[in-house]
Design a protein around this ligand. Sequence first.
Ligand code: GLA
Length: 382
Amino acid sequence: MDLEQTDRTEHARQLFAKRFGKRSSVSVRAPGRVNLIGDHTDYNDGFALPMAINRYISVAGAASSGGSVRVFSEAVGAEAVLTVDDPSIHPPGWERFAAGVLHLAKEAFGGLPAFDAVVISSIPKGAGLSSSAAFAVALVGMAEHFTGRSLEPIAKARLCQKAEHVYAGVPCGIMDQLAIIQGSRGHALLLDCRSPDSISVPIPADEVTLLVIDSGAERALSDGVYADRRKECEQAAEALGVGALRDSSLEMLESEKAMLDDTQYRRARHVVTENNRVQAFAAAARESDWINAGRLMRESHVSLRDDFEVTVPELDLLADEAEAVGPSGGVFGCRMTGGGLGGCVIALAKRGAEKPISVRIAKQFDRAFGRLPTVHHVRGAG
Ligand code: GLA
């Protein structure tokens, strides 16, 4: 555990003592994630290359005799008494989601003792860095502790994914949860979202650096566009006669083009080509071929912009500026990351080049939007 994280754990413990007037007995944490390449592929049974990052949700807690679960969220600045047996009593929002996660955990473990907890976060909210999935994974960690039971990583990821579907109204894939649960220091995870198997891919910090640049354009996955895209992909798969777009090649898509309308065709083309790019990126990274890896990131951004239509002007400007800097200026590649329609881009840069790049990109962004983006220098964590 690094020093910063030790401080955060201590902060959560102190906050717990202040809030509940007793000492906490357990601390758990779950990292956020950034996706290097492979977006909108997970719910198409495809491939993705996410990485757990050194930004965390930290929870401190202790058993309680009060009969209910109480959670204080520092970010929200509020405490909730959770109705774990009937989460839908809570209005949509973080309380329903937390109650929902614990409801599913209680079902899985055959019971859940009462406990109190405080939650603190260093994952920027609404930035597409999976603070919500990390929150769920951390809550299940608390439930594991208080029940003395545990879940296998994939079962845990599925439980947290189900909580998003049922209690947050987001029909997400499984990438975020798997990345958070299985991530390890200095590595990204090559995920096959169908099996779901994963292989670690080293991202050596002495060669490259990862900058997550937050556009500040807030994104909300529950606003319907994400669900629309998922539906369009399913329709495209059906028209192609395959179980999921993962099963279509580019050749097949081209030869069956007449079966799809233009929107379905473009959505499918993104997914099919993105799956190929993920494999190619992982192969390039293994050979430290960062030039090629960066080129694939650019292609991914263009595909998400033109075919999948989930970028916004803020993301396009950041990606274009990074592209203009190019490898000679220290940027191998840059793309939007996560669900899109706001949030962040990720830039793969030469080690040591982060400062000048950030300054240059921020200047252009300020000129266009009258404010500065936030730059996070992240590394693979677990
Ligand atoms: C969100 C979802 C993921 C994934 C990405 C896009 O982060 O939670 O399951 O679909 O969008 O790749």
